[in-house]
Design a protein around this ligand. Structure first.
Ligand code: ZN
Ligand code: ZN
Length: 328
């Protein structure tokens, strides 16, 4: 498994980790990848042997929603992009549910993500599938690297460079420090709900397997496709100078995050669907929460800004076509 980022670049915000920090990072990343896999194997076994109840299926679905809501609304659109504002109670709900997604603590997530936008598909991007060569085999390797092994690389994004605002916020740093408590809570909680509903110890075990570990594994496979598949396969209505693409199947699974081309065109927008018919569940949820006053100051591009970007893309496509015609 490749562990050095081939897209590494000299930049004051990118640091090489010392051996102890590197070991801690890799241990944490490997646990995130392997422990949920064991739980998924157990859940599959329970599924095929009939040792589960409807409660387990509801726990999986409910916790998948909580997980994806936290990551996409909380960590991504609220924290990394400041696409809307919120009070402390709803902010706490977002940070706790996002941490339950087991994608790393607050500072790691936000600095990695802002760096992805800073260097998108260029040297320095922590998880681009497009910097590994042009042959079919190299492209497949790039897709795989951008999906999971990038988390094991020996570099880190400097907090003071990519997220000084979060670093100064004591409330947000509390959720960074208590990350593992929330990950564990997200695994145990569905077990306790299963136990309360079904009243058997076995229902605690299956609740943990379905709503805790299998949920983390499957939801994160979908989430990591945003960094791999959605920078390789899909539509590109906007010209972003990167390979970000709108991939509807991934967008459906990730509550709108798969609309990467739209998102890279308007990264500060609370919604990733430029039109309401594009699948962007998190955008619809934030809009609804805005209507009832739970969140406020929702940022989105104006119709004119969207049209301008569309015109730019059309002009670039036209220039590309005439250049091709001239060389023929
Ligand atoms: Zn992206
Ligand atoms: Zn983003």
């Amino acid at each position: 498994m490749a562990t050095a980022n081939p897209a590494a670049v000299a930049h004051p915000g990118i640091v090489r980790l010392d051996p102890i920090s590197l070991r801690t990072k890799r241990l944490s990343a490997l646990s995130t990848m392997t422990l949920p896999l064991i739980g998924t194997a157990a859940a599959t076994w329970f599924l095929f042997t009939g040792n589960f109840t409807a409660t387990d299926i509801w726990l999986f679905a409910g916790m998948y929603f909580v997980h994806m809501f936290g990551i996409t609304v909380g960590f991504h659109r609220y924290l990394a992009h400041k696409a809307f504002k919120s009070g402390p109670v709803f902010e706490a709900i977002m940070m706790i549910t996002a941490s339950m997604g087991a994608q790393g603590p607050v500072m790691w997530w936000v600095t990695t993500h802002r760096r992805h936008h800073r260097f998108s598909d260029q040297e320095g991007d922590p998880h681009s599938p497009n910097l590994h060569g042009r042959t079919f085999k190299q492209r497949m390797h790039g897709l795989w690297y951008a999906h999971m092994p990038w988390m094991l690389s020996d570099e880190n994004s400097k907090w003071s460079v990519f997220a000084p605002d979060v670093l100064r916020d004591r409330r947000l740093m509390y959720f960074h420090r208590t990350y593992f408590t929330w990950v564990a809570s997200g695994v145990i909680l569905p077990g306790l709900i299963g136990l309360a509903v079904e009243q058997t110890w076995m229902s605690f075990v299956t609740g943990v397997a379905f709503g805790g570990l299998a949920r983390i594994f499957l939801a994160n496979q979908a989430a990591w496709m945003v960094g791999s598949v959605c920078h390789a396969i899909g539509g590109r209505p906007f010209e972003n100078e990167d390979k970000s693409a709108n991939n509807w199947p991934v967008a459906l699974l990730t509550f709108g995050e798969g609309l990467q081309n739209n998102h890279h065109a308007f990264p500060g927008s609370y919604r990733h669907g430029v039109t309401w018919r594009e699948p962007d569940l998190s955008g619809w949820i934030i809009a609804g929460l805005g209507k009832i006053g739970v969140v406020r100051e929702l940022r989105e591009p104006t119709k004119e800004q969207i049209q301008k970007k569309r015109d730019q893309a059309a002009a670039m496509a036209g220039a590309g076509r005439s250049a091709t015609t001239r060389t023929e």
